[in-house]
Design a protein. Structure first.
Length: 163
């Protein structure tokens, strides 16, 4: 059984960038504009010898609906429910926004184990966001930079006991 990891989070936090780094080739669309990834994307990830299937989601990117269920695409719901672990990314430079809190509430209501990831933390940036994120209730986040490849060993250590 190859374990499955789903990447979730609000638009523009770096989900597709992390997906691309772990899969090692450009499979998902990455763009400066939020909401560019429109499909669920899967790939075979390798992280320091850990092999797993990784899913890039974009289920919180429809800003028309007023409620979380309205914004949550069925694909994301199914991906997280069937995953062994959810990687919950936030932007450590921006800090915690209401949508991050809504996603956190939704994840807490489910049963999939969550690893909280403070992305865009290259060069020790984003300390304020890291402190804010403690209120989400998932403990200390893994601080990393998907774009620059920092914190990969910390992500490995967080995932290892869960896969
Ligand atoms: P998604 O909407 O969550 O899938 O986010 P993307 O992966 O498309 O990234 C959104 C933007 O954030 C892009 O401009 C990325 O280059 C940028 N980004 C992603 N990861 C990092 C990071 O670790 N550090 C910085 N500074 N920017 C990042
Ligand atoms: Mg994306």
């Amino acid at each position: 059984h190859v374990p499955t990891v789903a990447i979730v989070g609000r638009p523009n936090v770096g989900k597709s960038t992390l997906f691309n780094r772990l899969v090692g080739k450009k499979v998902a669309l990455v763009d400066d504009l939020p909401g560019v990834t429109r499909d669920r994307r899967e790939g075979e990830a390798q992280l320091l010898g850990l092999d797993f299937t990784i899913i890039d989601t974009a289920g919180f990117e429809d800003e028309n609906a007023l409620t979380l269920p309205g914004r949550m695409r069925a694909q994301t719901e199914a991906a997280v429910a069937s995953a062994d672990v959810a990687l919950f990314l936030f932007d450590s430079r921006v800090g915690i926004l209401p949508l991050d809190e809504e996603i956190a509430r939704w994840l807490r209501a489910g049963s999939t184990p969550v690893v909280l990831v403070a992305n865009k933390a290259e060069g020790k940036a984003g300390n304020d966001g890291v402190l804010e994120s403690l209120s989400l209730g998932f403990g200390d986040p893994v601080e990393m930079s998907a774009e620059h490849g920092e914190g990969v060993a910390d992500l490995f250590e967080a995932l290892l006991p869960l896969l």
